[in-house]
Design a protein around this ligand. Structure first.
Ligand code: PLP
Length: 393
């Protein structure tokens, strides 16, 4: 067995994305105890940075120990009680998983099933509220399996009108698209550091508002999961500093650094950058005669799902990317297996260079698989798009 030596890939898949060099540096910092005064400062700073990035005053803005799925499970097991009715927009793999989790935690799901790539409408949600006792609506803002960007504002308003809570998964969209927790009235929202934040998985952002905390504090029975019980986690992350579990200290360092990088760049600048690069990619893909899995207005800029043309073996093309270009792109997941490639442009990977590189590499890989695009068409269309859409600053 040799010393660890993983390949240095360009990670343009569905996540994780490449780790930012400053985050790597943070990960190499000395470990301290999880109640060390130094770490307590880092915890407080991380909370502040998270609240800023989520655009919220919620005190309960902190990292859940674990990956995005842990944050999803934490949110659901705290919010859902036996017999609760939950409306869920089911238009992809992760929404489906949320729904399954709600059922496992004793909830009754009212699913709005859509084609994988489409989004849930406010009318569909309102219709279910009218005809049920639902007290929660759950949505995935950035559906990584389909590349769809779910609008949230109108649905959150409707939920408020029915005195229901709103839960949103922003694992792939956080700091990549607009999100305003307080302004839009979102009660609980979780994410993950391994996508737009360019940090490793392990400490997953979550924010929980007062309406949700009140409901959790007044549950008929305590949350069955001790590990994810927000009332216990809160005691460790608040002034009380009561031991609950040993925080993944290095992951918190990494998350703090990643949040600082995002906020230094400025959320608006970042969002504009993502949009420009995604639109250039779409211009290239479509000029070459390929299609996206989503309508332009609902395309998630951090995850671009390109439809695989008839007769092409999606996995073979993905493997050419890996073997020839040392680059990961995502394969289709669940219902979309074999039907799309998922191209992640996340954090520092959302760049003009990577878009042009992807389009050139796609042309070569498709030619290798016997499906020729007109040479240079895709990359030229993207270059023309960039020339016509200069960055604002
Ligand atoms: N939700 C969404 C939208 C995701 O894309 C993912 C992972 O890709 C998850 C949840 C689960 O996150 P993890 O795989 O880090 O547990």
């Amino acid at each position: 067995m040799d010393e660890l030596n993983p390949p240095e890939r360009l990670l343009l898949g569905a996540g994780p994305s490449n780790v930012h060099p400053r985050v790597v540096k943070a990960l190499l910092s000395p470990l301290v105890g999880h109640l060390d005064p130094y770490f307590i400062e880092i915890m407080d700073e991380t909370k502040k940075l998270l609240a800023k990035a989520f655009k919220t005053k919620n005190e309960f803005s902190l990292p859940i120990s674990g990956t995005g799925t842990a944050a999803m499970e934490a949110a659901i097991c705290n919010l859902v009680q036996e017999g609760d009715e939950v409306i869920i927009g089911v238009n992809g793999f992760f929404a489906q998983r949320m729904s399954e989790m709600v059922r496992r935690w004793g909830g009754k799901t009212l699913e709005i099933k859509k084609r994988w790539g489409d989004v849930t409408t406010k009318e569909e949600v309102e219709n279910l509220f009218k005809n049920s006792n639902a007290n929660l609506v759950a949505l995935v803002q950035g559906e990584t399996s389909t590349g769809a960007l779910q609008p949230l504002q109108d649905i959150a308003k409707i939920a408020r009108a029915y005195d229901a809570l709103v839960l949103v998964d922003t694992v792939t969209s956080f700091t990549g698209v607009d999100l305003d927790i307080d302004g839009w009235g979102i009660d609980v929202c979780y994410s993950s550091p391994q996508k737009c934040l360019n940090a490793p998985p392990g400490a997953s952002p979550i924010t929980v508002g007062d309406r949700a905390l009140n409901r959790i504090r007044n549950r008929r029975k305590p949350v069955q999961s001790l590990y994810f019980d927000f009332t216990l986690i809160e005691r460790y992350w608040s002034e009380r500093r009561m031991y609950h579990h040993t925080a993944p200290i290095m992951n918190v360092y990494a998350l703090r650094e990643a949040l600082m990088i995002a906020l230094e760049e400025g959320l608006d600048n970042r969002i504009a950058k993502y949009k420009r690069n995604s639109e250039a990619l779409m211009a290239g893909v479509e000029a070459a005669g390929l299609t996206m899995n989503t309508e332009h207005q609902y395309t998630l800029p951090s995850l671009n799902a390109v439809r695989v043309p008839e007769g092409v073996d999606a996995d073979k093309v993905k493997n050419i990317f890996l073997d020839r270009f040392n680059t990961e792109i995502g394969a289709g997941l669940g219902e979309l297996k074999g039907q799309v490639w998922r191209v992640g442009l996340m954090g520092l990977n959302s760049s003009e260079r990577n878009v042009l590189f992807f389009l050139e590499a796609l042309e070569v890989s498709l030619r290798k698989e016997g499906h020729s695009l007109k040479p240079g068409v895709a990359a030229n269309a993207a270059v023309d798009y960039y020339d016509a859409h200069q960055p604002i600053n």
